[in-house]
Design a protein around this ligand. Structure first.
Ligand code: GLP
Length: 254
């Protein structure tokens, strides 16, 4: 950690907030948390996320694997979410994203990699069932500009497990950058772990950078827990590390 990082413990919660100077430092701090888990438990179960935010962390994990030989051969992963209606091999599917940006750079075994897929309740139940045999050691999260985690949009009851959701316009607009800036190409639905699924993890590691996350970050940490900000459910989790840059932390007042 650099000398400039600020660490805040949020009253009445088990949230530890680390404020770094920029995206690179945030990615490095996130990597330190992940590395400690993987190094101490070679058969750890990792809950993984997509989006722009984890890319720096994933680069650090690959570099560490190549340089220091940290092995993922006994690691199991479960991803948070996937678009409905995209072929797994579509360039913007989360399946493709994970293989391109992380799995292809590690010695992880394909049979230990899990991503939700499908558009029915049976598909959701099958994913929950697959997770039942495991205990997630750390769940990595980004946060949507509207406070979503996974694809659990505002209004989602905290009790939900894996489910099919309709994406809000803000989310589809935010993600249009991956689809030729054309919102019409962005899927309307997704399959996502529910908030109750996420809350089962032993530890949650949430990374948020940039000014467009500042309102969501404030609601997550300082707001009264409410379905209006799905990430605020994390105030009730037993072990949360939130890693921010100064822009994402800029609206915190307490
Ligand atoms: C996406 C994903 C989330 C992600 C969030 C933020 O839609 N479903 O898991 O955390 O939005 O994405 P980004 O990191 O690109 O800002």
């Amino acid at each position: 950690m650099s000398n400039f990082d600020i660490i805040i413990f949020v009253e009445d919660t088990n949230m530890k907030i680390i404020v770094t100077n920029n995206y690179e430092e945030a990615s490095l701090e996130a990597f330190k948390v992940m590395k400690e888990i993987v190094a101490n438990k070679p058969n750890a179960v990792l809950g993984l996320a997509t989006g722009s935010t984890p890319l720096g962390l994933y680069k650090n994990m690959i570099e560490d694997h190549k340089t220091n030989g940290t092995s993922y051969k006994d690691i199991t992963t479960f991803n948070l979410d996937e678009y409905v209606g995209l072929d797994r091999n579509h360039r913007e599917s989360y399946y493709t994203f994970m293989h391109t940006n992380l799995f292809s750079g590690l010695d992880i075994l394909e049979e230990n990699v899990h991503l939700p897929f499908g558009n029915t309740q049976a598909d959701c139940d099958a994913y929950e069932k697959a997770m039942e045999d495991y205990q997630v050691d750390v769940q990595l999260l980004g946060i949507g500009g509207n406070g979503h985690i996974g694809f659990n949009e505002p209004g989602t009851p905290f009790e939900k497990t894996t489910n099919i959701v309709e994406l809000q316009e803000r989310t589809r607009t935010d993600n249009a950058r991956f689809f030729d800036n054309d919102i019409n190409q962005v899927p309307t639905h997704a399959i996502t772990m529910g908030i109750a699924t996420i809350m089962k993890a032993n530890k949650v590691l949430l990374v948020a950078t940039g000014e467009n996350k500042a309102d969501a970050v404030k609601a997550m940490i300082e707001g009264v827990p409410s379905v209006d900000c799905p990430a605020s459910a994390l105030q009730n989790h037993k072990d949360v590390v939130v890693i921010l840059d100064t822009a994402a932390a800029s609206k915190l007042t307490k």
